[in-house]
Design a protein around this ligand. Structure first.
Ligand code: PMP
Length: 357
């Protein structure tokens, strides 16, 4: 068996020990005689898996007691509607900061549920400083995307929105570094980058934001109903929760977020330092806003793209093609990407440059 270095933006590489444990437990989870996929979500076996996954996530992120953790379905695109359905009703309007494709999508979807104000718009290569934002204190919340997976721009600071709750789509950088959860009203993200397989959506929401849902909100997507039912109002994505729990355990064993943050900074620095030295490849994001998770780059000559990707594939490095809307390349280097993967990529990029530069 040969495992590749997988640079996919998501669903993305998972830690190998997690996959091994899941394989070992596939037919018989801890003497239960069942696969986790076959368990009732209300049985004691799955309830213990669910509780442990939630406890580990709380511990890793230091989630305060006045926040609920919800394990939902619908993905982050689902949340683009679910967030306003639950929160916009307090005042009927919300502020959105547009820093790239994902936050623009969030902003557009929210328009179906209330008045949406665009607080700031970046040009795709930077995060506009808060001094350039127009925030309305009457808004129900301020929405940001903490890491734009396509554009490769990331917030390396936390906006101060005063009494207005800050809502963040953290799909592609959650658990990549330490954050102060108490600075946010709500955090959401699809699991398929840094947490586990697709199918699971994690929502972390402050208690006082529950109970304001629009009357038309489907019950399964009503945060208050899900919180009251410990995410079991409907059948949760059980197997994805189990794998996420294993990922959380793995992350804790790595030293938690303080340790993974250093590891991620080292990986990203290796790649960006090389991009900065080279005139053959380029990344156009402002240095201070560069994503440590998703590194888009272009070759000087686009005609070489196919040959670059083919050579990478031959060397066991896959899914480096940039998002279809922007082209070029993108290396996604989430928690599960080892340093060796980035070293191999940079070595290949140097070799390719020497050959074609
Ligand atoms: N937001 C961000 C930041 C993302 O990276 C993605 C997926 N790439 C989404 C939203 C959409 O997620 P999903 O397809 O799981 O709904």
């Amino acid at each position: 068996m040969t495992r590749v270095f997988n640079f996919s933006s998501g669903p993305a590489a998972l830690p190998e020990p997690v996959l091994r444990q899941a394989a070992q437990e596939m037919l018989d989870w801890q003497g239960s005689g069942m696969s986790v996929m076959e368990m009732s979500h209300r049985g004691k076996e799955f309830m213990s898996i669910h509780a442990e996954a939630q406890a580990l996530l709380r511990e890793l992120l230091g989630i305060p007691a006045n926040y609920k953790v919800l394990f939902m379905q619908g993905g982050a695109i689902g949340e683009n509607a679910i967030v306003p359905m639950n929160l916009i009703g307090r005042t009927g309007q919300a502020d959105y900061v547009v820093t790239g494709d994902w936050s623009r999508k969030s902003m557009k979807e929210a328009q179906r549920y209330g008045k949406v104000l665009v607080a700031a718009t970046g040009d795709g290569s930077e995060i506009p400083p808060q001094s350039a934002w127009t925030l309305d204190p009457r808004s129900s919340y301020v929405h940001i995307c903490s890491n734009e997976t396509i554009g490769g721009v990331e917030f390396h600071w936390t906006p101060d929105t005063g009494a207005v709750p800050l809502v963040a789509d953290m799909s592609s950088n959650i658990l990549s570094r330490r954050i102060d959860v108490s600075r946010y009203g709500l955090i959401y993200g699809g699991a398929q980058k840094n947490m586990g397989p697709s199918g699971l959506t994690v929502v972390i929401v402050r208690d006082d934001l529950l109970g304001h849902a629009l009357a038309t909100t489907p019950s399964a997507f009503n945060y208050q109903i899900q919180a009251e039912n410990d995410s079991m109002f409907n059948t949760p994505p059980t197997y994805a929760i189990y794998i996420a729990g294993l990922v959380f355990k793995w992350l804790k064993a790595q030293g938690g977020l303080a340790a993974i943050e250093q590891h991620n900074a080292r990986k990203a620095a290796l790649l960006y330092d090389y991009l900065d030295r080279s005139s053959f490849y380029r990344n156009t994001v402002a240095r201070e806003d560069r994503s440590l998770m998703n590194v888009p780059f272009r070759l000087r000559d686009e005609a070489l793209d196919a040959s670059f990707l083919e050579g990478a594939q031959q060397r066991g490095m896959v899914q480096l093609k940039g998002h279809r809307s922007v082209g070029g390349m993108r290396a996604s280097i989430y928690n599960a990407m080892p340093l060796e993967g980035v070293q191999a990529l940079v070595a290949y990029m140097q070799e390719f440059e020497a050959r074609h530069g």
